[in-house]
Design a binder for this molecule. Structure first.
Ligand code: GZL
Length: 328
């Protein structure tokens, strides 16, 4: 995780404890709608529908923020457009929701609209990615440890491929997103000292089509014999890269090895089929925990500033064993 984010967490936790104890903005909301079993109106600003991970995350959130669970959900998917996502949050403020949940597409640019939410006494809860704003501007965050995911992927690459000179290309996630930034940080730390050389790196925006197009460009530039390893920031881009590698007459997972992050069904299937070599999981099923956090914040209970989901990792044999019972 970003050092600033974690540093802020330490400071803000104390502030959170203080604010919650002394009545944060949500108290006013709690005395109105949302407290004491009333329906809680929540605006959820989702990134869009860019990947299999995102679909699983949206399903999890919609199931958790249901009428049966005491919520009235206003959902917006911003089609991976940061300006549209900020506009959606502003719209939630104008609608007078009780709480706002955001899966921020990018880290920067949130200060103003979060301050508007604070002025309207509407708590902001972050889900999935993080932001560079001061932690005092949001009540809490729940998600996965992206830097640890990158480090686990890099350690696998260093231990299993980087023992011999290795030419690697990287398919980066959305530019400016904490998931892309932190995975890159963790991975680069883990491969330091190995024989892996990063020869190129470009964003595929977390989409299958983006990964395919960027990989096609790398193959044109370096040739199928000029690339030994692909690090994909998510499975969807890895799946696009597989299509490009096959079209170039090479065998993914053998001629060109692939390490990826997410663990979505199609990625795990490709891993089990030997077309991907290793996947570090990023759990998208955050809905129940996010809903519980919203209820705590509305009810002025003390919450941790950072709440981490648990992630696993899989090689090809482990994927075969896990596939039949995977929840997504
Ligand atoms: C990670 C999430 C990323 C996934 C991608 O928590 O933000 O965004 O890794 C998704 O698949 O598009």
């Amino acid at each position: 995780m970003k050092k600033k984010f974690l540093a802020g967490v330490a400071i803000a936790s104390a502030m959170t404890l203080f604010l919650t104890g002394c009545g944060s903005g949500s108290d006013d909301k709690a005395s109105g709608s949302g407290g004491g079993g009333d329906v809680i109106k929540v605006g959820f600003a989702q990134t869009g529908s860019e990947s299999g991970w995102r679909s699983a995350n949206t399903d999890s959130m919609k199931k958790a923020f249901s009428k049966e669970n005491g919520f009235d959900l206003v959902f917006n998917a911003a089609d991976n457009d940061p300006a549209a996502q900020i506009a959606a949050v502003r719209s939630f403020i104008n609608q007078g929701v009780d709480a706002i949940v955001v899966a921020p597409i990018v880290e920067d640019g949130w200060d103003d609209v979060f301050k508007e939410a604070a002025d309207a006494k509407i708590p902001v809860i972050l889900e999935d990615r993080t932001v560079s704003s001061d932690p005092s501007l949001y009540a809490t965050w729940i998600g996965d440890n992206f830097e640890a995911e990158g480090e686990a992927a890099g350690k696998w690459a260093a231990d299993n491929v980087g023992t011999a000179p290795t030419k690697m290309v990287v398919l980066e996630g959305t530019t400016g997103s904490s998931a892309a930034n932190d995975r890159a940080t963790g991975f680069d730390k883990a491969i330091a000292g190995s024989k892996i050389t990063k020869i190129d790196s470009q964003t595929g925006d977390f989409t299958r089509d983006g990964g395919k197009k960027v990989m096609e460009g790398f193959l044109q530039k370096y040739g199928k014999d000029g690339i030994d390893l692909v690090f994909a920031h998510n499975d969807d881009m890895a799946l696009g890269a597989i299509e490009a590698i096959k079209a170039a007459g090479a065998t993914p997972g053998k001629d060109i090895k692939i390490v990826s992050i997410d663990g979505v069904h199609d990625g795990m299937q490709a891993l089990a089929d030997g077309e991907i070599n290793y996947i570090v999981e990023c759990n998208p099923l955050l809905g129940d925990d996010a809903a519980a956090l919203v209820k705590k914040v509305i009810g002025k209970e003390t919450v941790e500033k950072a709440n981490f989901a648990k992630d696993g990792a899989f090689d090809q044999e482990q994927a075969k064993a896990a596939l039949p019972t995977r929840a997504y």
